[in-house]
Design a protein around this ligand. Sequence first.
Ligand code: ATP
Length: 316
Amino acid sequence: MIELLNVSKVFGEERAVDGISLTVASGELCVLVGTSGCGKSTTLRMINRLIEHSGGQILIDGHQIRSFNAQVLRRRIGYAIQSTGLFPHWTVARNIGLVPRLLKWAPARVEARVTELMELLGLEPALFADRMPAQLSGGQAQRVGVARALAADPDILLMDEPFGALDPITRETLQDELLRLQSRLRKTIVFVTHDMDEALKLADRIVVMQRGRIVQQGSPQALLRDPADDFVESLLGGPDRGLKQAALTPVSALMQAQDQDLPMGSAASPSVRVDDSLRLALSLMLWHRRERLTVIDHTGRPIGTLSLHDLLGAPQ
Ligand SMILES: Nc1ncnc2c1ncn2[C@@H]1O[C@H](COP(=O)(O)OP(=O)(O)OP(=O)(O)O)[C@@H](O)[C@H]1O
């Protein structure tokens, strides 16, 4: 668990972070979001003491971070950044094994861990272990950066715009992989982005910052339902909010199950999977000009229907 209690950071005359309080529970994925210069990266970097806080307290599992040696603390916390920070003259394998080597793991254990992580991140070891960072695409380099952050199996992961420089498709793939990894590893993650769609997709909890302060925090659904002010509402996309909310809700939330003896779509009627989003369902209705879709399970078996009427009746 990470706790920030009334934390500030002053650079010269500027209060980059101005008295923020925040608790990130174990296993939670917390996303800090806000416009450029609002203090997101500074907040993140205070947690692993790359930047020392000027006021307040930061605790990890109940202990003040200042009670730890800064280097020891940093080796306990994974850190992935947009520019990857890979050493250009080291191979991929050597880059990933950095922290375990610093922790003096036996070479065979480091090697096994590097191979395990490369497989976990979809980087075939035989193909990539001996490559240099310059021989990687942006997406592959980001995977290496994430693998390196996970190398010593830290409980806490700090991620600063890790997918920021990627094309939308690669970015989405890596977001999906992060969610898949997180469902398995349950790390405590603080993730910084200025992209609200990324925040809505990834976060258990979103923390919106503005000029060094927290203006709102809550689940993606809670923010969409009830933005605290015009700033949060505009970050959330203003009138696009309805679609963003639909993107977060699965078809299963509103479908009418078949066993309720409701009229099914015809065999030729367009179908949507039960775990697809309501946004996709709406898009299919618009595309096919139909007010009703057949809902199928992952085997393709029809299990219910979803109508436009059901969609419009969705609770806010
Ligand atoms: N080392 C530093 N020295 C002086 N001022 C700094 C330093 N680091 C950050 N700042 C200032 O602190 C403020 C917050 O910066 P920070 O990098 O935390 O913002 P951010 O929300 O992460 O922005 P971005 O999305 O553009 O990265 C900015 O005004 C920045 O200029």
